[in-house]
Design a protein around this ligand. Structure first.
Ligand SMILES: [Zn+2]
Length: 104
């Protein structure tokens, strides 16, 4: 069974379950429905393999000096988007262009 098939099954199960809920069970039914919703969301996300493909790293392109300031021009290994960063900069955990998670 694939993840998509599992999602389909869980959605059908939730629908069936909600149709058959008795009035006095509504609170617990909502909790169950929420839990199934979380399961559906988790199963619908990218697979571990897809997340791995979204990993990149910053490659140094150039170094710019402005008096005492020094900037590196970095390029995303996935999409070649360029950013400038100083040595203390840890803003770029993700590429702002393609969303790749950057390795240190
Ligand atoms: Zn990128």
């Amino acid at each position: 069974m694939t993840r998509n098939e599992a999602v389909k099954e869980i959605k059908a199960l939730r629908m069936q379950y909600m149709i058959n809920v008795q009035a006095e069970d509504v609170d617990s039914a909502f909790r169950t429905s929420n839990a199934l919703g979380i399961a559906i969301t988790a199963l619908s996300g990218p697979t571990r393999e897809q997340v791995k493909e979204l990993k990149g790293k910053w490659e140094k392109v150039d170094q710019l000096e402005y008096g005492e300031l020094s900037f590196e021009i970095l390029k995303c290994s996935k999409c070649e988007y360029e950013v400038s960063a100083d040595a203390e900069d840890d803003r770029w955990k993700f590429c702002p262009h393609c969303g790749a998670k950057m390795e240190d």
